[in-house]
Design a protein around this ligand. Structure first.
Ligand SMILES: Cc1ncc(COP(=O)(O)O)c(C=O)c1O
Length: 441
């Protein structure tokens, strides 16, 4: 038995019961409840190992993981090349603080600037999460606004938007239930409806420091912004002297079959030009989730020299952000996505899943952007459907009462996708029948 197994961190590989962990789900979840702060509710299962698109729980049950840690594990679980990149970096140089840098950190920043088509003078700030990347962007916006005369302090954000849970990121997150216990939040923040061009014209004024938006709202159930709205967002912010912050925490790093969702959304789904016009780019792009393939890392990309110079030495910082292991994980993830052709695969497979699922009885609409997929059901049975799917060995997520979100590894095989599509059909039929019986009882 390896040392890791004896620490209880991974499955005790009992050949008679592969994957079962002492205590099993039930006992471990009871211990969880006694020891962890209850902000997540009771976790659905205790997961002990994963490989590719599959994970196993503490009872040894296998699941097809169609959520990938909520749009994170771009290469699935325990990808051999990524694991080896991360472990060899850890065995060489693990953490150094930002008083020092490492070759990997520099190479990753250069790579992100290239992928974003960022012009000369653009720079990257690394964080550990999406929230922190947005927090950095909001601080940048505040510093930018404070330097203007008159000061600009207002941030405009969108209803349905989700940007994180720290006080700053929460101030621009729309959902009332998340916000209410923590009022007063930093402000002023004004929320306008997505695709409301008149509100954009009205609110992005001389008091506005920045507009923050997701090109596709993930937590809201995978809802796209119209290209026309994104184009006005860019031109109105530019004309009125405000910054445009694009939160690609969920959509970036290949999830939508493109490195970033913004250019493709800006073009309303048409192929963006190979080099996007610099004036059409946002001022700030934030990334996290899929970037590290499961290793925590986020990034704020500052587009152009003037935006890059807003935060000066001493004005912001982080102990861990972009450390050698995180940088290696992200460089490894991006390189493997490229090498394995996963952008194209994500586009093709996402389109196939969408075509197959939208034909099923009980499905109202499917919105697929690569492998970020929202499935709206005719009845508000998403929670019941996700629970039934879990019992059947499929991990999916109820983003709203009537909407399922699917965000599998970018290297999900066509065969696994088909297994899911077939199961989805029968599970939805079963859950819809039970719901109708409930209505008629
Ligand atoms: C669009 C978006 N922004 C920010 C966040 C927050 O990121 P994190 O949970 O890594 O802090 C999320 C997380 O779901 C997100 O979807």
């Amino acid at each position: 038995m390896s040392e890791i197994v004896s620490l209880g961190l991974t499955a005790d590989l009992d050949p008679a019961n592969p994957g079962a962990t002492p205590g099993g789900n039930q006992e471990l979840l009871a211990r969880y409840q006694g020891a962890l702060t209850n902000v997540f509710g009771t976790p659905q299962r205790v997961l002990v190992r994963g490989y590719g698109s599959r994970v196993w729980d503490a009872d040894g049950k296998e699941y097809l993981d169609l959520l990938a840690g909520i749009a994170v594990n771009a290469l699935g679980h325990a990808h051999p090349a990524l694991s080896s990149i991360i472990t060899s970096q850890l065995a060489t140089l693990g953490h150094i603080s930002n008083l020092f840098t490492s070759p990997g950190q520099i190479a990753l920043a250069e790579k992100l600037l290239t992928l974003a088509n960022a012009p000369e003078g653009s720079t990257v700030f690394f964080t550990n999460s999406g929230t922190e990347a947005n927090e950095a962007a909001l601080k940048l916006a505040r510093a930018f606004g404070n330097a203007q005369d008159p000061k600009r302090t207002k941030i405009v954000a969108l209803t349905g938007g989700f940007h994180g849970r720290t006080l700053g990121a929460l101030s621009v997150t729309a959902k009332e239930a998340f916000r209410a216990p923590f009022e007063p939040l930093p402000g002023p923040v004004v929320h306008i409806d997505p695709n409301d061009a008149a509100a954009l014209e009205r609110e992005v004024d001389e008091r506005c420091a920045a507009l923050i938006l997701e090109p596709i709202q993930g937590e809201a159930g995978v809802v796209k912004l119209d290209g026309a709205f994104l184009r006005s967002a860019r031109s109105v912010t530019r004309d009125r002297g405000a910054l445009l912050i694009v939160d690609e925490v969920q959509t970036g790093a290949g999830r939508t079959g493109n490195w970033l969702a913004y250019p493709e959304r800006f073009m309303d789904g048409a192929e963006p030009p190979a080099v996007f016009a610099p004036e059409d780019l946002p001022d700030v792009i934030t990334l996290a989730k899929g970037l590290g393939g499961g290793f925590p890392i986020g990034a704020m990309i500052c587009i152009g020299q003037s935006v890059s110079q807003i935060l000066a030495p001493g004005s912001h910082g982080t102990t861990f952000g972009g450390n050698p292991v995180a940088a290696a994980a992200a460089l490894g993830t991006l390189t493997i996505i490229e090498r394995e052709g996963l952008l194209e695969h994500a586009r093709d497979l996402g389109a196939h899943i969408a075509r197959s699922i939208e034909e099923l009885k009980g499905v109202a609409e499917v919105r697929a952007f690569g492998l970020l997929i929202g499935i709206t059901l005719e009845k508000p049975v998403a929670k019941e459907l996700a629970a039934a799917a879990l019992e059947e060995g499929f991990i999916i997520n109820a983003a709203r009462e009537d909407t399922i979100r699917v965000a599998p590894p970018l290297n999900l095989s066509s065969r696994d996708a088909q297994t899911f599509i077939d199961a989805f059909d029968s599970l939805l039929a079963e859950v819809s029948t039970t719901a109708s019986q409930g209505e008629n009882a």
